[in-house]
Design a protein around this ligand. Structure first.
Ligand SMILES: [Zn+2]
Length: 380
């Protein structure tokens, strides 16, 4: 869902893949999607006689890429991989894997290894090792599905780095690009689109129950958040995902889908509120509720106890009671992201400088408390 901006590394990668596109990141995502589409067609298409489900889809892709996926479910699995790949097959890089996954500074979630001692037609020339241990935060376990597709994305583009994988930080443009490809493939549209239509039926908004139903039936290994983002990416109605700190409730993350961005891009929808200049957080404390009675949605905003949003987050209001409530969404520079998703650092940087916004009439809001934060989905 996050579209990386163009960077020299991304241009270089597009070049090496022979992709010519005004937006090389988008070009690379499309390239991967087309390749996968052609494999699915060769395998008889989707359906009971071809690729029946997402598991069969994954097997097809990994086979085509001569790669296998190894999940680390418990610490014992490191010994198993050492026995299998290092002792039996002579690929000693596997013996030292654990240190990378347990690194305190940059713990790896997944690693893609090109085997050294292997015949050129072996099905396991590449091994993706995925940390799926349920540690105290459960983050690695929750992200295992996405991590696996992230490594598949590497195999399709950057290939891999023999013996010594390069570790990049989360905001590296290549890593962001791998996430964009992972999102495209892990939630393969020909599976996701009909699943969304089925759960939506005649409903006008997406609910958390619907997301859970999609996970259960179609993407059993996927996390809630990754599935939610994938659905937001496909749906044509404006939606904004938000994360708030637990107490006091402060908006910490705002991620609109493409349809919501389309509103932000329209200059004429500027919200006429002259008090919104300068630091939004300070001004929120100084000023009372805006004259319209709307709720401001911007980074750093504290959510007041009497606000409709606070009550949704606390579970005091039923989601459908927020209908017709006004929200003012703020964005710094309309046109800045040009219909693509900003990266998280971009959101953090720009959403602190509100200049323009647009007003939306809510149709649905749902929030859920998880340890340390509240996340919410606003639809309008
Ligand atoms: Zn990576």
């Amino acid at each position: 869902m996050i579209r990386p901006g163009a960077s020299p590394e991304v241009y270089e990668l597009a070049n090496s893949l022979g992709i010519e596109s005004p937006d090389p990141a988008v070009g690379i995502v499309i390239h991967c999607r087309r390749l996968v589409d052609s494999w699915v067609t060769q395998a008889g298409g989707l359906g009971p006689k071809g690729i029946a489900n997402i598991a069969a889809f994954e097997s097809l892709i990994t086979q085509k890429l001569s790669m296998v996926v190894e999940e680390i479910r418990s610490d014992d699995d490191f010994a198993r991989l050492t026995d299998h790949y290092a002792r039996d097959k002579g690929d000693y890089v596997f013996a030292g894997l654990r240190a990378r996954f347990d690194d305190l500074e940059i713990p790896a979630f997944g690693v893609l290894i090109q085997r050294n001692v292997v015949s050129p037609h072996a099905p396991d020339q590449y091994v993706a090792v995925i940390d799926a241990r349920a540690d105290f935060s459960n983050e690695k376990f929750a992200r295992r599905y996405f991590t696996k597709w992230h490594e598949i994305a590497h195999r399709m583009t950057t290939h891999c780095f023999p013996a010594d994988p390069i570790f990049r930080s989360d905001d590296d443009p290549i890593e962001t690009l791998m996430d964009a490809i992972a999102s495209e493939l892990a939630f393969y549209e020909p599976f996701l689109e009909p699943a969304i239509q089925e759960v939506l039926a005649n409903a006008n908004w997406l609910t958390f129950d619907m997301i859970e139903s999609i996970i259960e039936r179609v993407f059993p290994e996927a996390s809630f958040q990754a599935t939610l983002f994938a659905c937001m990416r496909l749906l044509p109605t404006p939606m904004v995902y938000m994360e708030l700190a637990d107490e006091p409730l402060v908006i910490q993350k705002i991620l609109p889908n493409t349809a919501a961005y389309a509103h932000w891009d329209r200059m004429d929808q500027r919200v006429d509120d002259k008090s919104l200049k300068g630091n939004p957080v300070v001004e929120d404390r100084m000023t009372d509720r805006p004259p319209s009675g709307s709720t401001r949605i911007l980074y750093g905003q504290t959510v007041r106890h009497d606000s409709v949003f606070y009550r949704v987050a606390q579970g005091e209001l039923l989601a459908d009671e927020v209908e017709h409530h006004l929200c003012d969404f703020f964005n710094p520079e309309p046109g800045l992201f040009l219909g693509r998703f900003p990266s998280e650092p971009e959101v953090r940087m720009y959403s602190q400088k509100p200049a323009h916004g647009h007003r939306g009439v809510l149709t649905h809001v749902q929030a859920r408390k998880v340890p340390g934060k509240v996340f919410a989905l606003l639809q309008y």
